[in-house]
Structures are given as C-alpha cells and as structure tokens.
Design a binder for this molecule. Structure first.
Ligand code: IPM
Ligand code: MG
Length: 350
C-alpha cells in the first residue's frame, strides 16, 4: 500500500513525539511492505516565527495532497499571555480542520490495568473503562461569527444546522452499533437553542437506529457522571465546545493525558493527533510521553484499513505500559525518555 502522509509536528513537544511516531510508521512499513511517503510542513507558533502565518499556504497544499495528516501539538505560552494578540498559533489547526472539512473528532477513553493506581479515581470505578467521545469539530461557537465592539463588548455566535448534526450523528450511531449499542448525547438543551436542535435531530435519527439505546445528558451533569459512573458510557456524541472540555476531563481518568490519541475524519482527509497540547515546559527535555501520538498512528492505520498493523502497534504500546518502558508521567520511579520509549516500541514491532 502507498500512502502520502503530511507530517505537521507543530510546537513544543510536537517534534519529539512525532519523531517517535515516524519511527513506528517506518517499522510498520518495513515489516508489511507499505510505502509511507512523508511531506513535512510548518504550523502554529513555529510557522508564525518563520513566515508570519500559523498555516502557511505550502503547509495547506501538503495537507490537501495527502491521504492523512499526522499532527503533533500546537500553542506557545507567549501567545497565551497576550489575549490581544491578533495572530494565534491555534488558528493554524482550526483552519486545517475547517478548510479540509474535517468534521468528526473521535477520542477513545480507556484504562490500562497496569496504570489503574495512577488514575485520580479509585480502581473499582475505572477498571475496564472503554468509551468514545465523538466531538463535532468545525461548527458551533468555535466557528461562528465573533467580534468585539465599543472596545468592551465581545461576542461569539453559536450556530448549528441539522445537516451538520446529522453527518456526525450517523457516524456516531454506526460506532455505537459496532460496540455496546449505547449513545449518549451531551448538550445544554435546557438553555441553548442549538442544543435543542441537537436533541431533536438525534431523537429523530434514533428511530432509524432502533437497536441503539439513546440517552441525553446536560453537559454539567455529564461532567459529573464521567467521574462518578464512567463505565455507563459507550459512545458520547456532543458539539465542538462541550467535546473539547469533556474529552480533556475524561482523558485524565486513564492516569495521564499523555495516553490519549484522537482521529479527526472528514470527507476526503483525516488528521491524527494526541489530545494533549504543546507542553512547552517539557520541550527538548526528552521527557514527553509519545504514546498518545503513537496510538494516533494506530488510529491512522485503522483508517487505512490496516487493522492487523494497527493492532500490532497497540500491542506494543500495552507492552510499553506493562513492562514500565514508559515516560515519567506513567512510570514514575523508573522512567525512560521519549526517544527510548519510541525505540522500545520499534523493537517490539520487529
Ligand atoms: C483540541 C485543542 C484545540 C481545540 C485547540 C488547540 C485549538 O484543545 O484539539 O482539543 O480547542 O480544538
Ligand atoms: Mg482541547
């Protein structure tokens, strides 16, 4: 199989973790005789420093021309401290999602037996957790009209159409069918008009998916239930903003946000990235956890329908966790470096 993959390492630890994922892809390519062709592009703060734009045109062309995008991380504290900055690194990622129509973000949340003690929740509560968050990615308050006027008034407009809800809705229902047949819509339908449209649309769609049990939670309640009864979830479906917050909250259950991968799927393109951010404090120290990025590669392999290859990568990641061949966030007493975790996975694969 030949696949063109755009490599956008981005900011902070992005480069170090993506380097490990490339080693993994190369090992898989070699073992199974696939040609993965890479093209690298700049994005985020590093691209602003280089060209003044968070998403330079040539980076966008590389992405459009690719079968999939492997994304590292984005963001730089120097912009976070300056709310007036007109230009922001995050805009690079938001623009790729929007321009390539990458509307469906999937974030698996699970626990590993070897790490149950590292979870902030107690062991019985988290053992065996396995659910998916489906987050709408290119609508809602993130992309609605926004502005500031009279210097002291600001607004962000939240918009959704039925079509936008249906296209991710179908994907989430199908995911539920392939799993435990339960879908939970998270919204704020007691307050927001857009949430009422989500609820009505999903209620109507549920009639065509009668073998799926559908329930509805308000976001504030869902934020509690994810900690109180995480095993009650199978597939969570939610809008852009709620999904952003809820998936970060859920990711800590596994014991480290450094373990959570994601896939973002569009009509023609898909982007794979760890859900953690640029983690600037750790940059160039060889301490960041590369497993979220490597698990994102497994999701990319699934997307290419290379399930056997994807499973092998996941198995190597389990071994890295089980044998404590992992970074300090999960292997506190005997940590190894980012680079060494990558080497261990490659060795497992071969
Ligand atoms: C994420 C990130 C992004 C988002 C940022 C970097 C724009 O937090 O992918 O969850 O808010 O979508
Ligand atoms: Mg986020």
């Amino acid at each position: 199989m030949i696949k063109k993959i755009a490599i956008l390492s981005g900011d902070g630890v992005g480069d170090e973790i993506t380097t490990q994922s490339l080693k993994v892809l190369n090992a898989i390519g070699k073992k199974f005789h696939h040609d993965f062709l890479y093209q690298e592009g700049l994005i985020g703060a590093i691209a602003i420093d280089n060209s003044g734009k968070p998403l330079p045109d040539d980076t966008l062309s590389i992405c459009i021309d690719s079968d999939a995008i492997l994304f590292g991380a984005i963001g730089d504290p120097k912009y976070d401290q300056d709310p007036c900055s007109k230009i922001r690194p995050e805009k690079g990622l938001l623009n790729i999602r929007r321009v390539l129509n990458i509307f469906c973000n999937i974030r698996p949340i699970m626990t590993y037996d070897a790490l149950l003690k590292r979870s902030p929740l107690n062991t019985e509560r988290v053992k065996g957790i396995d659910f998916l968050v489906y987050r709408e990615l290119i609508g809602g308050i993130y992309f609605g009209d926004k502005g500031i006027y009279e210097d002291k008034k600001a607004y962000d407009y939240c918009f959704y159409s039925i079509e936008e809800i249906q296209r991710i809705g179908h994907i989430a229902f199908k995911a539920a069918i392939a799993r435990h047949k339960k879908l939970t819509l998270v919204d704020k339908a007691n307050v927001l008009e857009t949430s009422r449209l989500w609820r009505e649309t999903i209620q109507t769609m549920a009639k065509d998916y009668s073998n799926v049990e559908v329930d509805f939670l308000f976001i504030d309640n869902a934020a509690m239930q994810i900690l109180l009864h995480p095993k009650n979830f199978d597939v969570i479906l939610t809008d852009n903003m709620f999904g952003d917050i809820l998936s970060d909250e859920a990711s800590v259950i596994s014991g480290s946000i450094g373990l959570s991968p994601s896939a973002s799927i569009g009509d023609k393109n898909a982007l794979f990235e760890p859900i953690h951010g640029s983690y600037y404090q750790a940059a160039r120290k060889n301490i960041a956890n590369p497993l979220a990025s490597i698990l994102s590669v497994a999701m990319m392999l699934d997307y290419f329908k290379l399930e056997k290859e994807a499973q092998l990568v996941r198995k190597a990641v389990y071994n890295s966790i089980n044998y404590r061949k992992s970074s300090f966030d999960i292997s506190y007493f005997y940590p190894i470096g980012t680079e060494e975790v990558g080497d261990f996975i490659v060795q497992e694969l071969s």
